[in-house]
Write a protein that binds this ligand. Sequence first.
Ligand code: PLP
Length: 388
Amino acid sequence: MIDSRGYYGEFGGAFIPEMLHPNIAELQRRYLEISQEEGFEQQFRKLLKDYVGRPSPLYYAERLSKHYGTNIYLKREDLNHTGAHKINNTIGQILLAQRLGKKRIIAETGAGQHGVATATVCALMGVECIVYMGAVDIERQAPNVSRMRMLGTEVRPATSGSQTLKDATNEAIRDWINNPEDTHYIIGSVVGPHPYPDMVARFQSVISEEMLWQLKEQTGSEDPDIIVACVGGGSNAAGSYYHYLEKDHVRLVAVEAAGLGVHSGESAATSVLGTKGVIHGSRTLLMQTDDGQIIEPYSISAGLDYPGIGPMHAHLIHTGRAEAVSITDQEALDAAFFLARTEGIIPALETAHAFAALDKIKYKADDVIVVNLSGRGDKDLGTYVKHF
Ligand SMILES: *Cc1c(COP(=O)(O)O)cnc(C)c1O
């Protein structure tokens, strides 16, 4: 889908400070060649199987299906090691970093999920790891901070601005500019300058690669009618759509966080509220004021609380290939409780948004719908108990 300059239609590209040019140019030159080497491919596959626990099951949710009067399958990324899809990407990038001769890893994290997935693979490989995190987020996400520290990662607070994700991102970029030779920056979603969106989508594409044969085995056809995934930056959605992008008969549903309501002023529904601009190195849709200041997003789920959307999703939604659905905090909470009590699965708050979309989309009784169950809800119990 992507052109040689890293564009999906009019979205994407690499808008970076000049000082980062050598790092990005090296990645652009080498990411495909390295990730397609036989040795890389073998090591990646082996770790996904023996360390992450792939393939993740495709589970026919019988009681949920009966309730909705259709056929609903769950792609169980929540059963991966560390409890979400993010580990697929961090394994890919740590192997890439090693082949680029990088000895030091940096990352930034908001809720701490990507930080934990990065700290995990750095421990696995015995590589130094520094994770930047807003000072406010360090307070809010204490359990994940402890996990990272237990795994041997240094968590560095970002104390400027709103002391949240965007400030941590600025710190990480500053670090990379100062340490261009020995450091690789692991980005956690399909965002950032080219080649990150394409690279992360490829590492996550194992999700839809497995769906092809799992659906064939269980339904007789490789293709579902609808794939539903939540979108923060868009990596779990990209992974679950990937092998179906050119199959126009498969509907793609992208579920965004509407917070307290799309037009409440407290929302993260970028596809509705966003306009074209540049954020974190790529041209995409983002929430900004008329003079280009980023509007602080809001969602009950930290993983969807992002003012932009990956350029691939901006393109898919802009061209009508994907349908965007917005889900409020309350709708997501209701969906999480309903899934827990119908199927015995407690989803991450991010993932709960995807389930709530089942109440909003049109489907037929004989449709096959796959919901990408991006992560488990243990990390969100503190929020859930307030709503018992
Ligand atoms: C981080 C996260 C998300 C959002 O990130 P994407 O890149 O949009 O996938 C969604 N679900 C879970 C469980 C997450 O941890």
